[in-house]
Ligand binder design. Structure first.
Ligand code: ADP
Length: 153
C-alpha cells in the first residue's frame, strides 16, 4: 500500500493550542502529516515567517510522523508535490464550516485532494490566532492559548 500523507495548512500567526490539538489527533491517521506554513506575501503577519516556523518546529520536533514545511502558492499544488491525498482542517463553528466547505470542494475539483475535518474540542473552540494577536497587542498573558514553544516577551 502506498504511503498515506496529509497536509495541515495554515498561517500559524501564531500557532495555538487549537491547531496543536487538531494536528495531534490527525497524525495517527497517516504515515506522515505535513504541517505546512503558508507564506502569503500580500498578507501581513504579526510574526515573521522564521519565527512562526521555529515555533512549529519546536512544538512538533518530538512527533515522529509530523513534518513542518513552508510553502507558497496553492495548497493543492503542495499536496501534489508531497504526494499527499488529504488536507486536514479544524472546524470551530458554523462560520468555519461554511467557509471551509467551499474551499474543500474547490480543492477536490482542482486537485483531486479531499479534505478531512475534525471538530475543535469545546475547550479550544474560542481560541483563534486572531484573538491571540489581539491579546498580545494589549500585553495580555496568552500562555494558556499557545504551546510552550511560543514565548512572547
Ligand atoms: P488560516 O489563516 O488558513 O485560517 P490558521 O492558522 O488560522 O490558518 O488555521 C489553520 C487551521 O486551523 C484551520 O483549519 C482552522 O479552522 C484551524 N483552527 C484554528 N484554530 C482552531 C481551534 N481553536 N480549534 C480547532 N481548529 C482550529
Amino acid at each position: 500500500m502506498s504511503e498515506r500523507r496529509a497536509v495541515f495548512p495554515g498561517s500559524f500567526d501564531p500557532v495555538t493550542v487549537g491547531h496543536v490539538s487538531i494536528i495531534r489527533r490527525a497524525a495517527p491517521l497517516f504515515d506522515t502529516l505535513y504541517v505546512a506554513l503558508g507564506v502569503n506575501t500580500s498578507k501581513r503577519s504579526m510574526f515573521p515567517e522564521d519565527q512562526r516556523l521555529a515555533w512549529l518546529e519546536e512544538t512538533f520536533g518530538g512527533d515522529a510522523n509530523i513534518e513542518v514545511v513552508r510553502f507558497e502558492g496553492l495548497t493543492v499544488d503542495l499536496c501534489r508535490r508531497l504526494g499527499a491525498g488529504h488536507i486536514i482542517r479544524g472546524l470551530r463553528n458554523s462560520t468555519d464550516h461554511g467557509y471551509e466547505r467551499s474551499i474543500a470542494l474547490m480543492n477536490r475539483s482542482m486537485g483531486q485532494v479531499d479534505t478531512l475535518f475534525l471538530p475543535a474540542e469545546p475547550e479550544h473552540a474560542h481560541v483563534s490566532s486572531t484573538i491571540v494577536r489581539e491579546l498580545i497587542a494589549n500585553k495580555a498573558d496568552v500562555s494558556a492559548f499557545v504551546p510552550q514553544a511560543v514565548r512572547i516577551p
